[in-house]
Design a protein. Sequence first.
Length: 456
Amino acid sequence: WHCRMERAPLSPCRSRMARKRKGNRVGSKASAGGSNGSANANDGHRHQEQPQGPEKQQASAVKQALEQRNRQALEELAYSDHGFCSTELRREVWLFLLGLTPSETTDSSWRRLLKGLEEEDSNQARVIQADVMRSVYSWDVHTGLGQKTRDLKRLQLSEVMHAILRRHSGRLGYFQGFHDIVLVFLEVGTPSQAYHMVERLALFHLSDQLCCPFDKGLLPLLGVLFHLVSMLDAPLAAALAEAECTEMHFAVPWVLTWFAHSLPRLHHQVMRLFDCLLCSHPAAILYFCAALLIQHRDVLLEAPREMPDMVGTIQSLPFKTVDVDEWARSVRELMQRVPPRQLLSRLDSQRRRSLPVTSPLLHYPHPWMRPEVPIADGDWSKLAPVYLPNGGVNRKGFLRRLAALPSILGQGGTRLVSRALGLGAGGGLLAAALALLLRAWGMNDVALSLRSWAKR
């Protein structure tokens, strides 16, 4: 888990998958358009009983919120019992939450990115191949799966991942565990729907893992996680520190795969958790990690203060019996106690600086959630932080100029900046204009620095 990429031997099954790709080209093309091609691989596992009682009422509420395009209501429902209830309903809601329309996801032009894939023999391709061949065994729905169905799922998984990484080559790079997340979306939608959803997710939720080496992207996130635990449960944080677990390495698979690698039940655990994460601040995954530890704090506080013992205790937590509805309620309470914005504002300077300037934690809400942000050609990827110059801000140069502002602006200029930041009378219009400008530049985090400076 700690290595960004390991060299894996070329699997003897690779040639079989290449032949399978050619043999299933017709079926794959049909599925890419949102028709029945993908459903053939998933029909046996997407079927669920019709909601009854409270779940039926929940499903009706979700449909109503979706019809009204009410994100706030959907967020409330995601953290309520049953979440978005069924695979079919989730497909519609997840598309909306990721800023996609059903018609957009029928576009199968992404398949052109797969040209020459059978011949590719890069290090990344080898690692992907090794992970794909180990996949489709993770969850309860894969028990007893036929070999043909398993091979088709693996083929679709490989194609979706390669297409996304090829389209954003030089910006995104594969990490081991990405396949666990992609497979969840293939269980919800067709390959084309999965491609478009995961591409949006990769650019706006997972770029810390896909864009940066682990020491620059993932490890800073784990540092924020420990800071969060410290804010929420100081005795538990002290116990982790005594056991030399402040780097939180045990949480690597949790954060990397959104628990998809750890939870054994697809519909009632993994998809249920994704309901919450997709409608929340990108920091939500850290709150789920913290909540899990806090729920089992008594066991952890009794564990010996040695790293192997503490890590072993955490790794033996009963994931099979995790009730995600209860888990989500506890996370909701934690996020109300310490909202993500407050968490980020209270980070010490070292942890704050260690976050990549492209980190999704610093660029929320997403562009499609802000009606004032224009988009050309319907391509939101152009506004992804990884595509903005310097992630939207040259932090060092900007902060140097920020420190010099008082002497440059003088007293009158400082009052003007304060008004523009909404800290003085008559600053409403200026504050709105400045906010639009900063958001368009991807500089949401700079606004916090400016406000802090002006207050001082």
